[in-house]
Write a protein that binds this ligand. Structure first.
Ligand code: 5GP
Ligand code: MN
Length: 320
């Protein structure tokens, strides 16, 4: 993976940085940002502010430095703003992000409309893998905590090295991160083997309500389900993947209530349909196999509408 020279030069020249990630931050966004911030601060003596617009999910609070995220715009303008794991300002939940020079490091398919220097590799496994290469290009060392953040980023965005975006270079990066001291089981235990009983109960309810329509499966979580189980939105991570794992399901949709008549849509494809295109039609975006957006309406209406959109996409796909 070649890191653009102008990106490396711009970072080496700057003294102060603002690193911003997307709303509903995931392991890739958090791990990448924490790794880059640590290297810039600890090994390169730079000033770094980390910014995001949501509380850090409990599950990622084992990552060293997670408390360093601020949630309000800084008063001063940094030399460099870095948008990480997203290419659009709208995805950060902020307006008027300050920065004398604006950089983007991202691996999403969605068109990027932002940045003086954009480094986008849509087939990279993760932003974490890109940041791993960036750190090497900057000539900085990989300490154990940086490696832990990057390994978490890569593991979560590749679904544990299972997705098609996983490449030989992802495994090479992972090997180096283990050599730097990462314990894979420690990461696994923190992320995948620490499900609360409440979350498990919510999962049961969601799966119980699964609606199957040919190659499409839809599961939903409503406000009343959160209440009944004592859970919240962050307990729904990966619910979309659960529905996709059913044999014969080509696309899974997960609807999460975010307002009286408003739902966050998460879609997962097994590969034949580009769900990023469906998401873009609802003003969202993402990757070929994982994308999301928002839809307004009653649950039943949204279920129907999104099922129709997915069915249309399945129908119009090219024969294999
Ligand atoms: P998830 O379904 O896990 O929320 O997101 C899956 C993928 O789609 C992620 O890469 C995420 O960045 C992207 N995505 C989810 N929701 C949105 C959205 O509303 N807008 C855009 N542009 N991307 C989204
Ligand atoms: Mn990512």
């Amino acid at each position: 993976m070649k890191v653009p020279d102008n990106l490396v030069k711009a970072i080496l020249k700057a003294r102060s940085f603002l690193i911003v990630i997307h709303i509903n931050p995931d392991g890739d966004a958090l791990g990448s940002a924490l790794a880059l911030a640590r290297v810039l601060k600890k090994h390169m003596g730079r000033e770094v502010t980390l910014l995001n617009n949501d509380p850090i999910p409990q599950v990622y609070r084992f990552l060293p430095g997670w408390e360093d995220f601020s949630h309000t715009l800084p008063q001063t303008t940094p030399d460099v703003l870095i948008l990480l794991d997203c290419g659009e300002v709208e995805r950060t939940g902020f307006k008027n992000l300050p920065g004398k020079l604006k950089l983007v490091v991202d691996h999403h398919l969605t068109k990027q409309n932002f940045g003086d220097i954009k480094w986008g590799i849509s087939d990279a496994s993760s932003t974490g893998e890109m940041v791993f290469n960036l750190i090497h290009a900057l000539g900085a060392p990989l300490d154990k905590d940086t490696a832990l953040c990057l390994y978490t980023a890569i593991v979560t965005d590749t679904g544990g090295f299972r997705y098609s975006s996983t490449s030989p270079s992802s495994f090479r990066a992972a090997a180096e991160l283990l050599e730097a001291g990462v314990s894979p089981w420690n990461v696994t235990e923190n992320i995948y083997e620490s499900i609360s009983s409440e979350r498990m109960a919510l999962m049961g309810k969601a799966l119980n309500g699964l609606k199957r329509n040919g190659e499409v499966a839809v599961i939903s979580v409503t406000d009343s389900m959160y209440k009944e189980t004592g859970t919240s939105a962050e307990d729904t991570e990966n619910f979309a993947n659960l529905a996709r794992s059913i044999k014969g399901v080509e696309v899974a949709v997960f609807l999460r209530q975010i307002g009286p008549d408003s739902f966050k849509v998460s879609m997962r494809s097994k590969g034949r349909v580009n769900v990023a295109a469906i998401a873009e039609a609802m003003g969202g975006g993402g990757h070929h196999n994982a994308a999301g957006g928002l839809m307004k309406g009653r649950l039943n209406e949204v279920e129907k509408k999104v099922t129709t959109m997915v069915k249309d996409a399945l129908g119009s796909r090219k024969p294999e």
